[in-house]
Write a protein that binds this ligand. Structure first.
Ligand SMILES: NC(=O)C1=CN([C@@H]2O[C@H](COP(=O)(O)OP(=O)(O)OC[C@H]3O[C@@H](n4cnc5c(N)ncnc54)[C@H](OP(=O)(O)O)[C@@H]3O)[C@@H](O)[C@H]2O)C=CC1
Ligand SMILES: CC(=O)[C@@H](O)[C@H](O)COP(=O)(O)O
Ligand SMILES: [Mn+2]
Length: 384
């Protein structure tokens, strides 16, 4: 594999740091040309000195002030949305790891695609917000969207070399999240601290809350629809408490192909970086005998209404998934700030979707999508 010129957007986050861990283990294969982060300037400074990117971008002037004069000589320091776009499309990157959190990642993902860079996509909200625009733009540019999200990496691996016509359905696995052993009645009054205790994965705060509400799986169903081009009635979710089967594909001959492994994001990250090659990984090998039992249960949509809403928004099309994602982002931010209860997240999403109504336009343009995103955030930010 020729040396890849890598931009890592969201380099100080859970995915970003694990991406840099993978890169640091194989320095001959990668040159880091851009790092972008929000406010963790202490970690970003360490990363800049370790990887010497030509471009470093931060979320605000305040954060930039903390870096000025401390970066390696010659490093270009950028700020905000422009900095993200420049990191993605003006840094000489031929591969962009999209590991920002939220729909914030949309514009830089589009900029990277327009620049012809390969995309390692972790930032699922981008596809949920504007899947038809992102996928069409990538197809026109001949850019491959390589999935980093563990379930979509698993599906991508299961589909490798298969005939699309032989696919019967996708089976996305779900751990059930932090409160999987609680009834709905027992969700009243749960704390942020408890919601952040994912049973199997160590992840950023937002996705961990999304896993607890099952919004994450809803986002992943919509993400799968856009990545693999299948209708929603052929994308199913199954509860799998062990998070060892990362997802499966059922084929027309009744075969079910699965990808398994210990829950370690460095495996899907590395696969997205080195595809179609597979490289040794520092992840601990899976011992199925030690794992013993792998359980699968039917998804309970009454227990997890956010998943139902995601399917409804996906089927409605248009800007409904944009509104779903934006309302969730705003509601989760309020929950994490201690402003609303855990159950208020799903209530707010439901009310925003009710207000959004039927999608007016089947395939909205980017301006309409961005307007809907802003509208849904405003609505979700004031609902009690
Ligand atoms: N973590 C995981 O295991 C998985 C994550 N994903 C997806 O990957 C994406 C990233 O998730 P995760 O790594 O957990 O998220 P984190 O919250 O851990 O990291 C988010 C990154 O985005 C940066 N960021 C936030 N706001 C801004 C901003 N305004 N400008 C520039 N950078 C910003 C953060 O910078 P800073 O911290 O410096 O503010 C950080 O580097 C999400 O879409 C998530 O759903 C998918 C599968 C698994
Ligand atoms: C690691 C990863 O891909 C996350 O999306 C994780 O899968 C969350 O899992 P659950 O949403 O199944 O709890
Ligand atoms: Mn996932």
């Amino acid at each position: 594999m020729p040396t890849r010129k890598i931009a890592v957007l969201g380099s100080t986050g859970s995915i970003g740091t694990q991406t840099l861990d993978v890169i640091a283990r194989d320095p001959e294969s990668y040159e880091v040309v851009a790092l972008a982060a929000g406010s963790n300037t202490e970690l970003l400074l360490k990363q800049a000195h370790q990887f010497r990117p030509g471009v470093v971008s931060v979320g605000s002037e305040e954060a930039a002030d903390k870096l000025r004069g401390l970066l390696p000589a010659g490093t270009k320091l950028l700020v905000g949305e422009e900095g993200l776009a420049e990191s993605a499309a003006g840094s000489g990157a031929d591969y962009v790891v999209c590991a920002l959190v939220g729909a914030l990642g949309l514009r830089s993902t589009l900029a990277a695609i327009d620049a012809g860079a390969a995309i390692g996509l972790a930032n699922k909200e981008t596809l949920v917000t504007a899947g038809h625009i992102v996928t069409k733009r990538a197809a026109v540019k001949g850019v491959r969207l390589l999935p980093i999200d563990s379930e979509h990496s698993a599906i991508f691996q299961c589909l490798n070399g298969e005939d699309d016509k032989a696919i019967k359905r996708l089976l996305i696995t779900a751990s059930g999240g932090s409160f999987r052993d609680r009834s709905r009645e027992e969700l009243v009054g749960v704390t942020v601290e408890d919601a952040l205790k994912h049973p199997n994965w160590s992840m950023g705060a937002k996705i961990t809350i999304d896993s607890a509400t099952m919004v994450n799986k809803g986002l992943e169903v919509i993400e799968a629809r856009w990545l693999f081009g299948l209708p929603y009635d052929r994308i199913d979710v199954v509860l799998h408490p062990e998070s060892i089967v990362h997802s499966m594909v059922e084929f027309t001959d009744t075969s079910v192909i699965a990808q398994l492994g210990n829950p370690d994001m460095r495996v899907p990250i590395q696969y997205a970086l080195t595809y179609p090659q597979r490289r040794p990984s520092p992840a601990s090998p899976l011992d199925l005998v030690k794992a013993g039992t792998l359980r699968f249960r039917e998804m309970d949509f009454a227990r997890y209404p956010c998943l139902r809403m995601a399917y409804e928004a996906g089927r409605a099309g248009g800007t409904a998934t944009t509104a779903f994602n934006a309302a969730n982002e705003a509601a989760v931010a309020r929950f994490l700030r201690g402003e609303i209860s855990f159950l208020a997240i799903e209530e707010i999403i439901e009310r925003v979707l009710d207000k959004h109504g039927a999608a007016a336009v089947a395939l909205p343009d980017l301006e309409t999508i961005l307007e809907t995103d802003a509208w849904a955030r405003r609505e979700a930010s004031v609902l009690k």
